[in-house]
Ligand binder design. Structure first.
Ligand code: GRF
Length: 217
């Protein structure tokens, strides 16, 4: 079976990108990364991509006066590489409705909270401030509204009594790194289908890793 062609979009350190690179290195993994795009030239993730021998492209948003022209450049890069699924992995620019519409149900994002709670930035600090007992992370299809869209997979992460923002960020990332490859695999194997504002997961899918809460749970 041919592998699902991924385009990964980043702005920063790219640890989730690394998790996808590592997963794609396995012979039986059903997806492969065709291109990594960063909107920031200094993104460490670009080095991760190059070190893995992947095509790494910087499309610096600062070089564009007009967001639509920037997004056209990104779109063209993705289509040039025949990308079938766009994976936003710490991509820190809001994408316009036109771009999102062109990739509807073909673009996913990872967010460090249990959506729909804590959209936006500083999710860990806000969760700690509120005294919630569970933080988490979510992978969802992208819709024009920020951090919104059909949820593919979530992990609930207990918050310890002595939790700090730093420890919660680090803990959350370890779960993100397990969840992103699992969610991409689900999609690549055709086991996740968007139906309205929900994702229906095929019933024979086992929980991918301990501690993950799938849409079946
Ligand atoms: C992650 O916490 C992700 O959920 C959020 O941005 C962060 C990116 O981290 N969208 P990295 O660049 O993958 O290390």
């Amino acid at each position: 079976m041919s592998k699902l062609r991924l385009g990964v979009m980043i702005s920063g350190s790219g640890t989730n990108l690394q998790a996808l690179i590592d997963a794609c290195a396995q012979a039986d993994y059903p997806a492969k990364i065709e291109v990594v795009i960063s909107n920031r030239p200094d993104a460490k993730g670009l080095d991760r991509a190059r070190n893995a021998g992947l095509k790494a492209v910087c499309i610096d948003h600062k070089g564009y006066d007009d967001r639509a022209v920037f997004e056209d450049a990104v779109h063209n890069c993705l289509t040039d590489h025949k990308v079938q699924l766009v994976c936003l992995a710490g991509f820190m620019r809001l994408l316009g409705a036109d771009f999102v519409g062109r990739w509807k149900d073909r673009m996913i994002n990872i967010h460090p909270s249990l959506l729909p709670s804590y959209k936006g930035l500083h999710t860990h600090a806000r969760a700690l401030e509120d005294g919630v007992k569970f933080a988490g992370c979510t992978i969802h299809y992208v819709r024009p509204e920020m951090d919104n869209g059909p949820i593919i997979m979530q992990t609930a992460i207990p918050i310890a009594a002595d939790e700090t923002e730093e420890s919660l960020i680090a803990k959350t990332l370890t779960y993100e790194h397990r969840m992103y490859p699992a969610a991409v695999k689900l999609i690549a194997e055709g086991k996740a289908r968007v139906s309205g504002n929900k994702v229906i997961v095929k019933e024979d899918v086992a929980l991918p890793t301990e501690g993950l809460i799938s849409p079946l749970a």
